[in-house]
Ligand binder design. Sequence first.
Ligand code: BES
Ligand code: ZN
Ligand code: ZN
Length: 511
Amino acid sequence: MADKQFALPARGKISPVELSKKAPKKADALVIGIYYDKDAPEIAENAWLSGGPANDVREGLQAVKATGKANEITRLPAPKKVGAGAVVAVGLGSKDKLDDEVLRRAAGTVSRSLKDLDSVAVALSDDRERLGAVVEGLIMGGYAYPGIRGNKDDGVDAPEEKKNKADKDPAEFTVLGDPKKDEDVFRIAQVGAESVCLARDFVNVPSSHKFPESYASFIRGFAEDAGLKVEVLDEKQLEKEGFGGILAVGQGSVRPPRLVRLHHSPRKAKKKVALVGKGITFDTGGISLKPGAGMGDMIMDMGGSAAVVAATIAAAKLNIGVEITTTVPLAENMPSGNAIRPGDVITHYGGITSEILNTDAEGRIVLADAIVRASEDKPDYLVETATLTGHQMLALGKKTFGVMGSDELRDRIAELGRGVGEKAWAMALLEEHEEAIKTPAADIRNISEDRWGGMQFAGTYLSQFVGEGIEWAHLDIAGPAWASSASGYTAQRATGVPVRTLVAWLNELAN
Ligand code: BES
Ligand code: ZN
Ligand code: ZN
C-alpha cells in the first residue's frame, strides 16, 4: 500500500533574487551601504550610485543624521536621475571591520525591513567576493513563518489593518553582479539560503501537524523533487530489523516512529559521507516529564534532522560531487501507559544495550541506532547534528553550537561554521565520562550521575556507536536551532542552523 501523503501546513515565502550589471530602470528602492564615521557616514562605493546623485544622497543622510552604524536603515526620497522611488541606506559599521557576516546581516535587515515594497535594486558592494553573502542575507532575512491561519480570505478582502502581513509577496531583488561570471557563486548562495528556509519550514511546523509519519512524508516530497533516492522504514520494519532505540522512544506515542534514509550518488564522487540528524517531532521528556514552561518550543526537537535533510537537498541541487547517505530517526517522545520507564534496559540496533535512567535524554537513544546503521555503509566521515542537550546552552550560550568528535574533523567544522556566520566552538570529550557511562545493569547508561559537562557526556554516549575508523563529528545545536526574536538574517523561531555549515563542508570535500 502506498504511504499516506502529507503537505507542509504553512511555508515562509522566499524573495526572488536575480543578478544584473545594469541598474533596473524603475525600482521601488535602491539599497546602498554606508560606513560609520564619526563625522558623517561614508557611502560604500558602488556602480549604481555615484557623482551628483551620490552627493545628494550624502547630504540627505547628513540632514536626517544617519550614522552608518551596523544595520541602521535610513529611507530617503531618491534624487532625480536615480531610477528608483527611494534610496535606502543600510549601516555597515566601520569600513575596516567589513566582512561577509556584516554584509549578510545588513542584507538580512534590508530584506526584513522592506517587505512593503515590490521591486528593490541592491548595490551593497562592488566586491564580487562578497556577492554570496549579500544574496544569502536577502533570502534568509526575508523569510518569516506565516503561521497556520483560519480565515484565508483575510488576506484579500479584509480591511488593510486586519490583513495577515505575511500574505504579501516579499520584495523582488535585483542585485548588482554579473549574471554570467558570478553564476556559480550566486547559485551556491541561493540554493544554500533556500535550503536554510526549507529547514526552517520543517522546524516551524507545530507537532499537531508534524509527527513521524507526516514528517517522513514532507521529507519524501522535497527529497524526491530534488532527485534524491528515498527510503522510509515504518514501525514494522524497524521491529524486524531491531531498531530498539528508536522503537523504545517511540513506544509512548500513538504515532509510531520512522527511519528515513536519503541517497545522493553523483557520478564522480571523491568521498563518502554519512549525515545523521535527531528527529524528535515533540519532546515532552516522556515519563521523566519536562516542566510545562516553554515546553511548546519542543516542536523544534527535530531541528538536527531538518538541517541534514535540507543540506542533502542542497547537495543534490548543486550536484556536489560527494556521495551522501542521510539517516534520520523520527519519533515522538510521550509519557503514556506504554512509555519506557527510567531503569529500563533496551537493545540498540547492532546489539549494544543501554540502561535508560532518564527518558528525557531520548535524542541520544534514537541517534545511537541511526549512527550504527549509517556506519554500516562504511563512510569516510559521519557528521551528526541534534538539539541534544540544555547543557549546550549552559556551556556556550544560545547562539554558538558545540562541536565534538574526531579532532581534525571537529576543528574543521567549527571553523567552517564561524566562516559562514553560524557560530560554532570545538569542545573536547571528557575522560571522566568514560567511567561515568558504565553501569552494572547494561553495556552503558544514558545519563551520568552528575550534571557537569552534560553536553560532552551526550557526545561520549554517541561515540560508543560510531563504526571503527570513521571520522565523526557531533554538533549540538540545542540553542542555535531556535531564536526567540528576529535579527539580521535570522528569523524568529527556527533558524535553519547548521545547514550552511554542512553545505560549506560538503562543497569543500568535493573540491
Ligand atoms: N530536547 C532536549 C534538549 C533541548 C533542551 C533542546 C532545550 C532545546 C532546548 C533533550 O532531549 C533533553 O531533554 N536533554 C536533557 C538531557 C538530560 C536529561 C541529561 C537536558 O538537556 O536537560
Ligand atoms: Zn529530552
Ligand atoms: Zn530532545
